[in-house]
Design a protein around this ligand. Structure first.
Ligand SMILES: [Zn+2]
Length: 464
């Protein structure tokens, strides 16, 4: 399998450190508010990667952290006049609920930052010992010394003289230096600080991920992932401090693209944030999953409400085919061809090509088009084979009907059967130049609220 490694800036053949095993660390959410579409998309990308690697026979350990202590969590708690841990935990539960709704498998481990303060302190001590970190005079603040680490900037390959850094604190030696430990400030709750050899305080965000990833996956692990917005400074800083501490850290860096809303970057200041609640109100969970999978994971996913309707229609087409095939094949000797068939080569190739899911979805749709034709022509063996393949492909993507038992109703399947018959009659009428009959069939369907669209892959219907 080839994966696009952000650090190398190119596609690289994926080779795990230990054959047959893969360790992945993904930066999880900072739980200061409810999840939005960007969080769901990011989590889904790694869910799909894990499913595919597992399908290839690998034992995958996915670690996705929860940042439950952070400036943003403390700000939110202050605003809402609630304890910070309550804000963090309630939001964490909202994330868990929406991940489950989206059909995401649980990661093997989901460590919380507050549960790993000793590991963070230990890592900071190592960095101080190796002269890659320093404590600010008269304060518990500890900073990473970027000037002591010549390869700082290697992940994003950028000219750091242009980069805006964190606010220059009096204790800091250089603009690019970043906080490893933050002294507790007046006004901050007592409960948000921990004792340490540097004084009372709390960890910086970057050190949290370095400590948790290596604690669970070892000093050298396979894949580190996260949203594109985390590349700098978060991941750059993680890489620098972990390597400076003597760890080899991640072999591959994967970043998923962000979400635009109506062509605009999603941001709190514009006020165009789409919450996961909004998405699930507009479409069924499998349709949301289909939509979020439909753009390549590295590209920008554009959102507007109509895309959910399109996803719903596309997924319904696939599920409707499966129901139809099941029913029609029941009468034949091929009903028993089950889901243990091999995946089509084209599908495997697309998935191995940097997880090209839009192309893999196109393979599924093409297989369905061909299989519907097989059913029409009563080519039962071929239809049964393709039906099993479609089921297998969908289940790799977490979109198979068995994974979403209530997604397609019996009524829909019956209606589809009826409308497809009428579409065939209309087609025959048109071929026989009996346009009066063809028009009357279309009108009948329209009167019942069914719209036809003629395209290169035939006529499709939808409820208008
Ligand atoms: Zn992180």
């Amino acid at each position: 399998m080839k994966l696009f490694d952000t650090q190398a800036g190119e596609l690289r053949e994926f080779k795990p450190i230990t054959s047959g095993e893969v360790g992945i660390y993904v930066c999880g959410p900072t739980v200061q508010s409810e999840p939005h579409i960007g969080h769901l998309r990011s989590a889904l990308v790694y869910d799909l990667l894990v499913r595919w690697l597992t399908e290839q026979g690998m034992a995958v350990t996915l670690v996705r952290n929860v940042t439950d202590i952070d400036d943003k969590v403390l700000e939110k708690a202050k605003e809402q006049k609630r304890p910070w841990w309550e804000v963090a935990y309630q939001n964490e539960q909202l994330f868990a609920k929406d991940y489950e709704r989206l059909g995401l498998a649980l990661p093997k481990l989901e460590p919380r930052a507050t549960g790993h303060i000793p590991q963070m302190i230990e890592l900071i001590q190592q960095l101080i010992q190796k002269s890659h970190a320093y404590q600010a005079e008269g304060s518990a603040d500890v900073y990473f010394d970027t000037n002591s680490w010549p390869s700082y900037g290697e992940l994003t390959n950028q000219d750091l003289s242009d980069v805006e850094s964190e606010e220059l604190h009096p204790g800091k030696r250089a603009q690019t230096d970043f906080a490893l430990w933050k002294a507790s400030k007046p006004g901050e709750p007592e409960s948000a600080s921990w004792q340490s050899p540097f004084g009372k305080g709390r960890p910086g965000w970057h050190i949290e991920c370095s400590a948790m990833s290596t604690h669970y996956l070892g000093a050298n692990f396979d894949i580190h992932g996260g949203g594109l917005d985390l590349r700098f400074p978060h991941h750059e800083n993680e890489l620098a401090q972990s390597k400076a501490a003597g760890d080899k850290f991640a072999n591959y860096w994967i970043h998923n693209g962000l979400v635009n809303v109506g062509g605009q970057k999603m941001s709190k200041s514009i006020g165009n944030t789409v919450s996961s609640k909004d998405l699930f109100a507009l479409a069924s969970p499998p349709a949301v999953r289909y939509y979020l999978s439909s753009a390549h994971y590295r590209s920008v996913l554009d959102y507007q409400p109509s895309v959910l309707t399109e996803a719903e229609t596309a997924l319904e087409r696939l599920h409707t085919f499966l129901k139809r095939a099941e029913r029609e094949l029941k009468q034949t000797q091929f009903a028993a061809i089950d889901d243990s068939v091999a995946l089509p080569d084209e599908f495997t190739q697309e998935m191995n090509n940097d997880l090209n899911i839009p192309a893999a979805l196109a393979v599924i749709h093409d297989t369905v088009t061909a299989a519907n034709k097989d059913l029409d022509e009563q080519q039962w063996r071929e239809a049964a084979q393709k039906r099993a393949q479609v089921n297998r492909m969908l289940s790799v993507l977490g979109l198979a009907p068995s994974q979403w038992p209530s997604a397609v109703s019996e009524e829909h399947v019956a209606l589809d059967q009826l409308v497809r018959r009428l579409i065939e009659q209309r087609e025959t009428a048109r071929q026989e130049k009996n346009f009066e009959l063809a028009d009357s069939i279309r009108r009948q369907l329209e009167d019942s609220g069914i719209e036809l669209s003629d395209g290169p892959t035939g006529t499709h219907w939808s409820v208008s």
